[in-house]
Design a protein around this ligand. Structure first.
Ligand code: BMA
Length: 374
C-alpha cells in the first residue's frame, strides 16, 4: 500500500512538473465570490476549461447597432458577415448613475436588459463596462481630477455619492433574470484601464491604496450589502511594462476572477504584436500564479484597413497565449468601428478567422454552459 502511494505521489509530482496537474487544477477553479450562484460557478469554471484550448470572440454593443443601421431586431454585423453571432457581448453602463433611460452611447437600458436575456438564453456571455461620471464633480469619465477617488472611498466626504451609483447598479442587475427567476451571470469590468491616466480613476488620479480601497469597497458592497452573487469580476489594465506595473493596483485574489488588458493597434502591426507579446507574458505568469482567467478585455484596430488583420495580426497572438476571450469594440459609424460588416475590407479574412478551430462564436456555445460542467 505504501509503495502504491509512493507511485501515485511521484506520478502527481511528475504531472505537476510537466504542467498537466496545473491544468487539471485550473479546470476546477471557482469564482472568488464564495457565494456565487450555481450558474455563475458553472459558467466561470466552463470558461476556465474552454480557455485551455479556445478563444471566445466578443463584440461591444453587437445587437444594438452596427455600421449603417441601428435597433433592428436580430441584426448583428458579426452575424451578417459570418452567419453567427459573437460568443460574448459587451454592454456599457455609463449614465446609469444619472438615472438616464439611455447609456452614454444612446443605447436604452431597457434594450440592454432584453439583449442580456436573449444572449443568456442561447448560451452567449454578457460583459459590462461602466464609464461613469465623476461622482464629485459630475464631469465625464474622461476627466482627470486628482482628488475624486480619495473623496469617494469609505471615510471620504463624497462616499455617499458613490454608494448611490452602486445602488443603481444593483437595481439594474437585479432585473437580469432568467426564466426560472435565476440571476443571469455577467462579467463586470469596473474601473478599467487604470494603468493609464485618462479616467478619473487612473494612475495619476489616485494612489494605489486609494484605487484598491475603491475596488474592494465596490465588490464588498455589491456582494454583501446588495447580495449580488452573479458577478464575474474582471480586472482590466491598459498599458504596462512590468509585473510590478500590472500588480501595483491589483485588489487581491478575493476580488478578481478575470485578469486582462485593453490594447488597440494604431498603425504599426509589428509594434502592436510586440506590445501584446510583452503584456501577455506577464499576464500569463500572473494568471498561473493566482489561478485567474486571462482575457484580452478590449482590442481592435479602428476601421481595420489591413485586409488580413484578423489572421495575420490578431489570431497569431491570441493563439499563442491562453486567452478566454477577446472583446472588439463597437461598430458605431464609418469613422469608428472595430469589427467588419458586409463589404468591409477585412470581411473575407474575418470569415477565415471565424472558421479557425481556435475561435468560438455563438454557434459553438449552448445554454448548458450555465448549467452543466464541461
Ligand atoms: C469609447 C468610444 C466612445 C464611447 C466609449 C464608451 O472607446 O467608443 O465613443 O462613448 O467608448 O462606450
Amino acid at each position: 500500500m505504501n509503495k502504491l502511494w509512493k507511485v501515485i505521489a511521484t506520478g502527481l509530482l511528475f504531472l505537476g512538473m510537466t504542467g498537466t496537474a496545473v491544468n487539471l487544477f485550473a479546470q476546477n477553479v471557482l469564482p472568488a465570490d464564495k457565494n456565487a450562484t450555481k450558474e455563475t460557478r458553472i459558467l466561470y469554471s466552463n470558461m476556465q476549461k474552454l480557455a485551455q484550448t479556445n478563444v471566445i470572440f466578443g463584440h461591444q454593443d453587437d445587437l444594438a447597432y452596427g455600421v449603417g443601421w441601428a435597433y433592428e431586431k436580430g441584426r448583428s454585423d458579426i452575424k451578417s458577415v459570418t452567419g453567427s453571432y459573437p460568443g460574448l457581448y459587451g454592454w456599457e453602463l455609463g449614465h446609469l448613475e444619472l438615472d438616464s433611460a439611455k447609456n452614454l452611447d444612446g443605447v436604452p437600458f431597457k434594450n440592454i436588459i432584453s439583449y442580456v436575456k436573449e444572449v443568456y438564453s442561447r448560451g452567449g456571455i454578457n460583459e459590462f463596462s461602466w464609464h461613469f461620471n465623476d461622482p464629485v464633480t459630475g464631469a465625464t469619465a474622461w476627466s482627470t481630477p486628482t482628488a475624486t477617488v480619495k473623496q469617494i472611498i469609505p471615510g471620504g466626504d463624497h462616499h455617499d455619492a458613490f454608494v448611490k451609483y452602486l445602488d443603481k447598479f444593483a437595481v439594474f442587475v437585479n432585473q437580469l433574470k432568467g426564466p426560472k427567476g435565476e440571476m443571469i451571470p455577467v462579467i463586470f469590468r469596473p474601473l478599467h484601464e487604470h494603468t493609464g491616466s485618462w479616467f478619473w480613476w487612473g494612475k495619476k488620479e489616485c494612489t494605489p491604496e486609494e484605487y484598491i480601497a475603491l475596488w474592494r469597497f465596490t465588490i464588498n458592497y455589491l456582494r454583501e450589502t446588495k447580495r449580488l452573487h452573479n458577478l464575474i469580476i474582471a480586472y482590466s489594465a491598459a498599458d504596462y511594462a512590468t509585473e510590478n506595473d500590472y500588480m501595483e493596483r491589483y485588489p487581491g485574489d478575493g476580488y478578481v476572477d478575470i485578469i486582462g488588458f485593453d490594447a488597440y493597434m494604431a498603425k504599426d502591426a509589428a509594434k502592436f504584436k510586440q506590445d501584446l507579446d510583452n503584456r501577455y507574458q506577464i499576464l500569463e505568469k500572473v494568471a498561473q500564479e493566482h489561478h485567474k482567467l486571462p482575457a484580452l478585455t478590449e482590442a481592435g484596430y479602428q476601421s481595420i484597413p489591413d485586409p488580413q488583420w484578423w489572421t495575420n495580426v490578431l489570431l497569431p497572438v491570441i493563439s499563442q497565449f491562453k486567452t478566454s476571450y477577446v472583446l472588439t469594440w463597437r461598430n458605431w459609424k464609418e469613422e469608428h468601428y472595430f469589427a467588419p460588416y458586409p463589404g468591409q475590407t477585412s470581411e473575407a479574412d474575418f470569415k477565415k478567422f471565424y472558421a479557425d478551430p481556435k475561435m468560438i462564436f455563438q454557434n459553438k456555445l449552448k445554454p448548458s454552459i450555465y448549467t452543466k460542467n464541461l
